[in-house]
Design a protein around this ligand. Structure first.
Ligand SMILES: Nc1nc2c(ncn2[C@@H]2O[C@H](COP(=O)(O)OP(=O)(O)OP(=O)(O)O)[C@@H](O)[C@H]2O)c(=O)[nH]1
Ligand SMILES: [Mg+2]
Length: 260
């Protein structure tokens, strides 16, 4: 019997949602990867859809709005009073992507220096790193690299998806915002992160952001499963040419026989 709650109808994703800015996006294509779509249609997504959960860590300076961001998305709530996160907290969000259940475990970490060492022990195993800064506080953007460096100490840099997220957009004027946006996009390009700006107070872009994070994490996980199942196939035929001194091998892959 499944102990997981059912996927909410409004958490169903059938199309790949758009990025915020094409200048700083993890990818700009409009559609899911073809192999991923096929695997989902054939219900050959391995552990994805069963017990696979993607770990997402949210890091950034104190009071930039990490907790509010998660609470806006997971609870549709906003607290104007600041309560520092002590260590870490986490929320689970369930989605259905291309007909396959998929969960994100969102780890809300402390930005305060004195709680950082507790929080950093939870960084390991992250598939997605969300670096948060306040669009009204250029110093918090400046610290993004350090947050990334710390998070990557515990993770394989080649295996994580990065997002750079500017919060509190409601507090900035268009002129102020466009100035910091330029810097943020530049940094996002350099660190190969996807850039988003949003407001947890108004809710602007919050849902769109997490609806981008989930399917991108899903794609990576399904592709990894496809690769794993591919390497398990016993389809490689080795031919030995007895007329020559050389041995050569040809690979002849069997038709897809996944989920075996
Ligand atoms: N106007 C506005 N205020 C925000 C927004 N997001 C967060 N805040 C406020 O900013 C303050 C800090 O928000 P938190 O979410 O607690 O910050 P945090 O990053 O989790 O802080 P730590 O847990 O100490 O790392 C609170 O007073 C929030 O109400 C936003 O989008 N707009
Ligand atoms: Mg917090």
């Amino acid at each position: 019997m499944s102990v997981l709650p059912p996927v909410r109808r409004d958490h169903v994703i059938a199309q790949l949602p758009q990025c915020y800015s094409k200048k700083a996006a993890v990818q700009t294509k409009d559609e899911f990867n073809f192999k991923v779509k096929t695997a989902c249609q054939e219900q050959c997504t391995g552990t994805v859809g069963r017990f696979k959960i993607a770990k997402v860590i949210v890091v950034g300076d104190l009071a930039v709005g990490k907790t509010c961001l998660i609470n806006r998305f997971c609870k549709d709530a906003f607290d104007k009073n600041y309560k520092a996160t002590i260590g870490v907290d986490f929320e689970m969000e369930r989605f259905e992507v291309l007909g396959v259940p998929f969960s994100l475990q969102l780890w809300d970490t402390a930005g305060q220096e004195r709680f950082k060492c507790i929080a950093s022990t939870y960084y390991r195993g992250a598939q997605t790193i969300i670096i948060v800064f306040d669009v009204n506080d250029v110093a918090s953007l400046g610290h993004a690299r350090q947050w990334l460096e710390d998070a990557l100490k515990e993770n394989d840099p080649t295996n994580v998806q990065l997002f750079l997220v500017g919060t509190k957009k409601d507090l900035s004027s268009p002129a102020q915002y466009s100035q910091i946006e330029q810097e943020a996009i530049k940094l996002a390009e350099e660190i190969k992160a996807e850039y988003w700006a949003l407001s947890s107070l108004t809710g602007e872009n919050v849902r769109a952001f997490f609806f981008r994070v989930a399917p991108l994490a899903f794609e990576v996980n399904v592709l990894a499963e496809i690769e794993k199942s591919g390497s398990r196939h016993i389809g490689d035929v080795i031919k030995i040419n007895s007329n020559s001194n050389s041995l050569y091998a040809t690979t002849k892959k069997k038709q897809s026989t996944c989920c075996q």
